[in-house]
Ligand binder design. Structure first.
Ligand code: FES
Ligand code: FES
Length: 150
């Protein structure tokens, strides 16, 4: 069956199987910034924004996304660069596998919550696992980014 997706602002028509997940659909059309980790909704590296909200694409049926806006890190490239610079300043960039999904989640967090508490930030990021950093430098970078009003 054919579905329509508005990927990073661009309308695309894609052929999908009824039980296909969005992660597979996006990678099939060469959007490879969307990564595969656990494949069972535990690690968050497959996160994309659907209608602006972070969603693990490994467990989101492609047919559910029909007609919706899907944002990958390419769709927020300026903001992702800014987030990445904050991570670099805190030495929070290591292998980079989690970076696209984390950038999308942090971007969505900034849009959704005004002056979030540390607990709210932790809660928002709870499904984004990073196997490298230990989170302390990441959290400092995120706090600095959230405090940036530019
Ligand atoms: S690959 Fe989707 S949550 Fe891990
Ligand atoms: S920096 Fe390696 S998984 Fe996060």
């Amino acid at each position: 069956m054919k579905i329509s997706l508005i990927i990073n602002g661009q309308l695309r028509f894609v052929e999908v199987e009824p039980g296909e997940y969005l992660l597979d659909t996006l990678r099939k059309i060469n959007i490879l910034s969307v990564r595969r980790g656990c494949d069972n909704t535990s690690c968050g590296v497959c996160t994309v924004l659907i209608e602006g909200k972070p969603v693990p694409s490994c467990s989101y049926l492609s047919v559910r996304a029909d007609g919706k806006s899907v944002t990958t890190v390419e769709g927020i490239s300026d903001e992702a660069e800014k987030i990445s610079a904050y991570f670099g300043d805190e030495g929070a960039e290591q292998c980079g596998f989690c970076n696209p999904s984390l950038a999308l989640t942090v971007y969505a967090l900034k849009k959704e919550l005004i002056h979030p508490t540390d607990e709210q930030v932790d809660q928002y990021l709870v499904s984004n696992l990073c196997r490298c950093t230990g989170y302390i430098s990441q959290k400092k970078a995120i706090k600095n980014y959230l405090g940036d009003q530019s």
